[in-house]
Design a binder for this molecule. Structure first.
Ligand code: SF4
Ligand code: SF4
Length: 279
């Protein structure tokens, strides 16, 4: 890993304009180059480990740096490895309970239980799972807990289909062989212009904000919520008052809290009984 760290640490910050944390916070210390430099220095001087342990979480795991990098540097995986070395392992994950026996399970990760509205839309029963830690996502952001966490999830869902409204839960489920549906894909098209998050392909008509990540994702939100807000406010400024639709519920909630007019899939689902709502 040292040679990869050195490559980024010696790079003239070529991906900084694509990194939402670097752009949104406006801080030199949040560029991928600076983060890798902090990790490299901590390897040579253990006294610098506390700073490096904080720096590795200045990331949403959006992957935009790797897309911009001419060398395809695997920054997300490099930071996951560094996090494993520099930070203590989280407590063992306690799987939540799935309520109901239906073959489809709605993953509720926010305050609104949208499963009754989904049952109405699909005209079938839906089981529910409430999670307050995005299905233990932090266990996927380091290399030593990932495998056991994936096995726990597989055991929890068995062969049932997970339905999620946010991309963090989707990323976690994607680490398993559990079938998955995104709530967005079950809903009728929205008439609002679409803002695409970093987890979606940059295809089709959409509202571009240059950087694509709202800041609500990954270790950044858990460890540096103040900087996650700065990133969200930067996107809100770029949207310039325009009302948009986001297929990622977590992005929609975060951007709303940062002052942007964003409708997410849960709000869109809940308004299905009222065709004039949210238009
Ligand atoms: S990911 Fe690529 S562009 Fe970004 S700092 Fe590393 S080497 Fe430079
Ligand atoms: S993965 Fe995203 S947030 Fe993390 S360093 Fe790269 S561009 Fe920045």
């Amino acid at each position: 890993m040292n040679s990869e760290l050195s490559t980024c640490a010696l790079c003239p910050r070529l991906c900084r304009d694509r990194c939402p944390v670097s752009v949104g916070s406006g801080r030199e210390a949040t560029t991928p180059t600076s983060i890798m430099t902090a990790v490299l220095l901590a390897k040579k001087n253990p006294e610098l480990e506390p700073q490096a342990a904080q720096a590795v979480d200045l990331c949403t795991r959006c992957g935009q740096c790797t897309s911009a990098c001419g060398l395809d540097m695997p920054v997300v995986e490099m930071l996951d490895q560094a996090r494993t070395i520099l930070q203590p392992a989280p407590k063992a994950w306690v799987p939540p309970t799935i309520r109901g026996n239906a073959r489809q399970v709605a993953i509720i990760s926010g305050d609104t239980d949208w499963s009754p509205a989904l049952e109405k839309l699909l005209n079938e029963d839906v089981a529910t799972l409430h999670t307050n830690d995005f299905l233990g996502a932090a266990h996927q952001w380091r290399t030593d807990t990932r495998e056991a966490h994936t096995a726990q999830l597989t055991e929890l869902f068995k062969h049932r289909t997970a339905i999620t409204a946010d991309h963090i839960c989707a990323q976690v489920i994607d680490s398993t062989s559990i079938p998955i549906e995104h709530l967005h894909s079950l809903l009728p098209e929205h008439s609002l212009p679409r803002w695409r998050s970093c987890h979606e392909p940059n295809e089709g008509r959409h509202v571009s904000t240059m950087t694509k990540c709202c800041g609500a994702s990954g270790p950044l939100q858990n460890t540096h919520p103040d900087i996650a807000k700065e990133v969200g406010r930067d996107i809100a400024r770029r949207l310039d008052g325009q009302h948009v639709y986001s297929a990622d519920e977590r992005c929609a909630r975060h951007l709303q809290s940062c002052g942007a007019a964003v409708t997410g899939p849960v709000e869109w689902l809940m308004s299905q009984g009222d065709p004039d709502a949210n238009r």
